[in-house]
Design a protein around this ligand. Sequence first.
Ligand code: PEP
Ligand code: MG
Length: 563
Amino acid sequence: MLQGLSVSPGVAVGRAVIVRFDGVPTYRRALSSGELDDEERRLRRAALRAAESLRGHSTAAGGGIGDELAAILEAHALIACDETFLSAVAERIRGERVNAEWALADAADEFGRKLALADSSAMRERAADITDVAREVGRQLSGGTTSTPRELPRGSILVADELSPADAARLDPRRVRAIVLERGGATSHATIIARSFGMPAIVGVPGLCAAVSPDRAIVVDAERGTVDVAPSKERLRRGLVRAREVRERQRRLRSRTARAAVTKDGLRVVVRANLELLEEVPALERYHAEGVGLFRSEFLYLKSAPASPGVEEQRAAYERLLDAAGGHPVIVRTYDLGGEKGIGPARGENPALGLRGLRYCLAHPDIFDTQLEALCLAAPRGDLRILLPMVASVSEVRAARQHLERAARAAGLSRPPDLGVMIEVPSAALSAAELARESDFFSIGTNDLAQYALAVDRANPEVASLYQPLHPAILRMIRMVVEAGRAAGRPVSVCGELAADPIGIAVLVGLGIAELSVTPISIGPVKEQVVLLDAGRAAILAGKALDASDASDVERIFKAWRL
Ligand code: PEP
Ligand code: MG
């Protein structure tokens, strides 16, 4: 029994097919100066062919089942022809007088190494984009051959070391019951693709390829993150039963997701989506999100690293979000760079307390103004709202507003988009009444609020048990923010992970929160939880929780109710 990270839910039993997506071998050849022009032309032709081939796969994948995959392939097609990328390779061809294959691998390595330095796993995984694209261009340089099997037997479980979007496009998803990968993480493309296909998937399973015997029936339980590589007859039978039960539950959940979330006593709770990548946009429709509650725009910044994204590139991204939201709000958080996200600024000794979030933007007005300009240009396309991360003081909001007003005037808007404040630093929670006067809405980021209030690094496993977003001290802060928002007529939502936690939802609704924003795949489960609640009763229990002595006390209060 192997264990990995479950990234797309479900249970499947099927025959293991082990696939190796071979890379293209790279050789180095020295060129004479007379050969350099031809070599650059060869590179550019291969890049064009790779882009065409990726676009072809993208069109084939699009239309329903593979929308996310189509979007990723389209993005890869753009990277393949991106001038920053191609000039970096061409410079190597000329500077080092080497063949295109070598220069390509070398440039991809360097881009990858830079991204690999990022602290955030999501960003490290973006290095995979460059590797995937380089592999496609490399394939074209070597004549466009591929060793990927086009047709797997029906009912296969795909077992591989990793899966690039282009490799995924070469598979027929109707033949695959589940995907299990030795590598990959929660935000890797394989994850997005598996979710897009609605297929159970487990990634990051060490020793997988060596442990699985080809053609043998295996049980993939992506509810528990386990892969049974040598099941007995009895375990196979139980796997089949569970697969059926889980399919039935998912069907119920889908019908729940499509309906609005209303508590038993009639409180309507809005559930929006937290997005990081444009590739996730089709999930808005699939999971019936009531808009985007948090777009982590720093991922746009990462994607165009080492340069920062220009006005038009950003404008196109924000317009795409607004179009997909179909009139619902789209809340774009300005770059939350620095800190544990590890991009942008030098990190210093204590990055979480350093030049990050809004502080970084105010210190780099060129980057901030470009983003605000793009946001203001996109704003007429829908209900766009702007959210400021890591606010600690009123003066920061005032300064940001000045930048926004300038950008709005330049874009010819009669009034700037609504400007909201993320409440994720204790000083912001405790100044909520003052902040309400300077801003239009609040979004509580419980992930950071817990980190800063409890002095517990949210990513450090050594103190993970002390990371308790249900701590009464945090609930008291949330309550203060709700009251300040109410007094000033400012909407208050929660976009941290607490909004997807079953007890967290009950506590938040009890504290007066009626807008939640969660990762798209959690929208159904959150709604399922909301409809079981009685908001009046939750408010009484939340009152008790505010007087509790610690987080376990809070849990006890709410668990007792659910029994
Ligand atoms: C938060 O801090 O709760 C939040 C939603 O932002 P992030 O997780 O991106 O820091
Ligand atoms: Mg945060």
